[in-house]
Design a protein around this ligand. Structure first.
Ligand SMILES: Nc1nc2c(c(=O)[nH]1)N(C=O)[C@@H](CNc1ccc(C(=O)N[C@@H](CCC(=O)O)C(=O)O)cc1)CN2
Ligand SMILES: Nc1ncnc2c1ncn2[C@@H]1O[C@H](COP(=O)(O)OP(=O)(O)OP(=O)(O)O)[C@@H](O)[C@H]1O
Length: 220
């Protein structure tokens, strides 16, 4: 099923105004602006729903999902020797892949974590090891207090939601999209629960597709 099909069949589309042309009295650009606002509202509601659903899972369900995801990820990535790979320090019931990240060193790869060093700017990444000294960063997310900056070859992106075309829904800051726009060489892989799948997130011009999505059910 394509995104366009979904848009036609969706019970309550975010916006009908795309059917009005400028010649019909609209202000050029205004329809796009209204549509973007409606999509942002819809995403906010979907985020809240998906986050509540995820938080309702037990710790052992999330742990089992993280272990299965890690196995699928190893199968997808193959030989990672020499690669820098970033993931995340879990917050808000995100899957905890720190055990997998900590295993990279022994496999000849380096692990990294993202930092917001400036609001509304691309993320930056610092090498992380299991014994790294951490400090509270933006949004109180723990980040390495010191260490080399690196541009990851592969960035694992935690998903609040994802869609059939591989677009990601995050917390709404736009940080991952900005990061991928500024670093097109980064291979981004979305990681989340299969229950976070949506038919479409109504991709906007700034949204950048993940190269792959991995859930506990495999490669989505
Ligand atoms: N564990 C973890 N670390 C991560 C990320 C992540 O998704 N998970 N990020 C992945 O990118 C970056 C941080 N992303 C963030 C994105 C948005 C907001 C935030 O302030 N959201 C506002 C709403 C913003 C808006 O709607 O304009 C909020 O919820 O109040 C915070 C952090 C880097 N580190
Ligand atoms: N490359 C970019 N340049 C400037 N603004 C951007 C860019 N990418 C996204 N944004 C802005 O960020 C805002 C949030 O985007 P979106 O809803 O896609 O966030 P998200 O992917 O859920 O968040 P995050 O990646 O932080 O978890 C949008 O209003 C968008 O305009």
């Amino acid at each position: 099923m394509t995104g366009d099909d979904d848009r036609r069949s969706y019970a309550s589309p975010p916006c009908f105004l795309h059917e009005l042309s400028a010649e019909e009295g609209g202000v050029p650009g205004a329809v796009d602006a209204v549509q973007a606002r409606d999509v942002a509202r819809w995403r906010k509601a979907e985020r809240a729903r998906l986050l509540a659903e995820r938080a309702a899972l037990s710790v052992s369900e999330r742990k089992a999902a993280a272990e299965t995801v890690a196995r699928h990820l190893d199968g997808l990535l193959g030989d990672i020797c020499g690669k820098a790979i970033s993931a995340w320090w879990p917050i808000q019931s995100e899957l905890d892949l720190r055990f997998w990240l900590a295993s990279l060193d022994a496999r000849g790869a380096s692990a990294a974590l993202p930092l917001v060093t400036e609001k509304h700017a691309p993320l930056r990444f610092r090498i992380w090891t299991a014994d790294a000294k951490m400090e509270r960063g933006f949004w109180n997310i723990p980040v390495p207090a010191a260490g080399d900056w690196v541009t990851p070859d592969i960035a694992l992106a935690p998903l609040v939601g994802f869609d059939a075309a591989g677009y990601r829904l995050g917390y709404g800051g736009g940080y991952f999209d900005r990061t991928l726009a500024a670093n097109p060489g980064i291979h981004a892989i979305g990681i989340g629960l299969s229950a976070a799948r949506l038919e479409t997130i109504f991709p906007q011009a700034h949204d950048i597709r993940m190269r792959a999505i991995v859930t506990e059910n495999g490669i989505a």
